[in-house]
Design a protein around this ligand. Structure first.
Ligand code: TYC
Length: 118
């Protein structure tokens, strides 16, 4: 039985192969280019029932805002209907949404929190 041909270096499919000048076929060197991850914003929505103090606490605890900034964001949501709490990678943003919704439900508030592509 004929011997298997020598195996080529492992490269991802589609990687161009070139002759290396010494008879070997090798993967062509390519510049590494990693795109930055897509970012997602966590948005709080206004409602008529969630206490202002609770929203400020949420912004401090889950979005690491100081009291002044948290109060400003809360008032913006209260007046404009919505406000961005922070911008994160998808997993981090999704986790924050879940944590905020769980905290709001535990406390009996209807606060809504959503994730949007930034
Ligand atoms: N509008 C609420 C009130 O008057 C306060 C509030 C602010 C609720 C922001 C939700 O995301 C919110 N108690």
């Amino acid at each position: 039985m004929p011997a298997d041909p020598p195996s080529l270096p492992p490269v991802s499919p589609g990687t161009p192969r070139v002759e290396d000048g010494q008879g070997a076929v090798v993967a062509e060197r390519q510049a590494q280019r990693t795109e930055p991850p897509r970012m997602y914003q966590v948005v709080l929505l206004n409602d008529d029932y969630t206490p202002m103090e609770f929203v400020v606490l949420v912004l401090q605890e889950y979005f690491l805002r100081d009291l002044d900034t948290a109060t400003q964001i809360m008032l913006k949501i209260h007046h404009e209907g919505r406000g961005i709490c922070g911008v994160y990678t998808k997993d981090v943003a999704a986790t924050k949404v879940e944590l905020v919704l769980a905290a709001a439900r535990r406390a009996g508030h209807p606060l809504q929190c959503i994730l949007e592509a930034a």
